[in-house]
Design a protein around this ligand. Structure first.
Ligand SMILES: NC(=O)c1ccc[n+]([C@@H]2O[C@H](COP(=O)([O-])OP(=O)(O)OC[C@H]3O[C@@H](n4cnc5c(N)ncnc54)[C@H](OP(=O)(O)O)[C@@H]3O)[C@@H](O)[C@H]2O)c1
Length: 323
């Protein structure tokens, strides 16, 4: 098969479209013909050697694949063949990828492969930062950084659905408009404005109850400054670099709490099932809008990475396999 691989860490140019051995499904696994592979910010960090750096090379990236089951491994019911599915997987930037049968989410006809490619990594992250770790409730005000990104647009909608008022931060007018379109009540242009001061203005000096921060180094202090007394900061990414160490002493004045979310934290299966089903049901009911901002053929993963790292994308970035 053809796949995107890299033989050394580095810039987007290390990604090569080349022949790779087609994986064979083992016990409990299926082989999915990939129609849409989700691109996530962490893929760019892996490629740069900043994350998951111990993985052997050459390596195929990609944590989620939507497509059709082509083969089943030993012990897997053959009726899976031909079904439309999406799954968290490894090595999704390829014409075919393996997935454990227990991880497959069957796609109803209303959900496209492109939309499905946003449901798991970004969808589950948005769900858990809003609900599981953020515990966002009606009446709260939530500050969501990078609000027009893949996770951001979903988190804005989930926080709104929970009854919160949402303030989003973005760079650029097009991103501001999109975040407003999906429901953000107010936008702060963090490339131009002082975030904490703007939050104080928007909240009559009080601050916000929650901050969802995936940007890290460049937003960290403003996130803490923007919180109201007893506020809670959820850290779940470092797009601008790692935030400084948390100085607990600095949390006392406002009795703040700082939490974190990582997709690979062992999660009780019933919690994960509920999250997956809730996301899928919301998409089917058209209450949750998945914005696919950029689609490119698999062979052009290099360009997808350039655009994502360059802050030029909105919503989901998807690599398309052949039909
Ligand atoms: N903890 C987890 O398990 C988990 C899971 C999924 C994603 N994440 C994290 O969540 C974040 C969002 O992921 P995503 O895939 O949805 O990406 P994304 O938000 O679509 O893209 C990243 C966005 O971050 C913003 N940004 C701010 N400073 C940046 C910088 N110095 N360089 C690049 N981007 C910068 C940009 O938006 P503006 O132009 O508006 O600033 C950019 O569009 C990432 O940090 C990712 O690592 C974490």
């Amino acid at each position: 098969m053809k796949a995107i691989r890299y033989h050394q860490v580095g810039g987007p140019e290390v990604l090569r479209w080349e022949d790779a051995p087609e994986p064979v499904p083992g016990p409990g696994q299926v082989l999915v013909r990939v129609h849409a592979a989700g691109v996530n910010f962490a893929d760019t960090e892996r490629r740069r050697g900043l994350y998951d750096a111990q993985a052997p090379l050459p390596r195929i990236l990609g944590s989620e694949a939507a497509g059709v089951v082509r083969e089943v491994g030993p012990g897997v019911d053959a009726s899976w063949v031909g079904r439309r599915v999406v799954a968290l997987t490894k090595q999704a930037y390829a014409e075919a990828a393996l997935a454990p049968v227990g991880e497959l989410l069957v796609l109803p006809p209303e959900v496209s492969f492109e939309e499905a490619a946003a449901l798991l990594v970004q969808g589950l992250t948005a769900y858990h930062v809003v609900h599981t770790v953020g515990r966002v409730e009606a009446g709260q005000t939530v500050l969501i950084h990078a609000a027009a990104g893949g996770v951001g647009l979903l988190a804005v909608q989930l926080a709104k659905a929970a009854g919160a008022r949402v303030i989003g931060t973005v760079s650029g007018e097009a991103k501001a408009k999109l975040a407003r379109d999906v429901g953000a009540d107010a936008i702060i242009r963090y490339d131009q404005e002082d975030v904490a001061a703007s939050v104080r203005e928007l909240t009559q000096g009080r601050g916000v109850e929650r901050v969802l921060d995936s940007v890290g180094a460049s937003t960290w202090q403003a996130s803490l400054d923007a919180l109201a007394p007893f506020g809670h900061l959820v850290s779940y990414g470092n797009a601008s670099g790692h935030p400084p160490h948390v100085e607990v002493e600095l949390l006392y004045a406002k009795s703040l709490t700082v939490g974190a979310y990582w997709l690979h934290t062992p999660t009780p299966p019933e919690v994960q099932r509920k999250a997956r089903e809730a996301l899928l049901a919301e998409v089917v009911a058209k209450r949750l809008r998945i914005v696919v901002g950029l689609t490119l053929p698999l062979s052009r993963a290099e360009e997808a990475h350039r655009q994502l790292e360059g802050r030029n994308t909105v919503g989901k970035v998807v690599l398309l396999g052949a039909d």
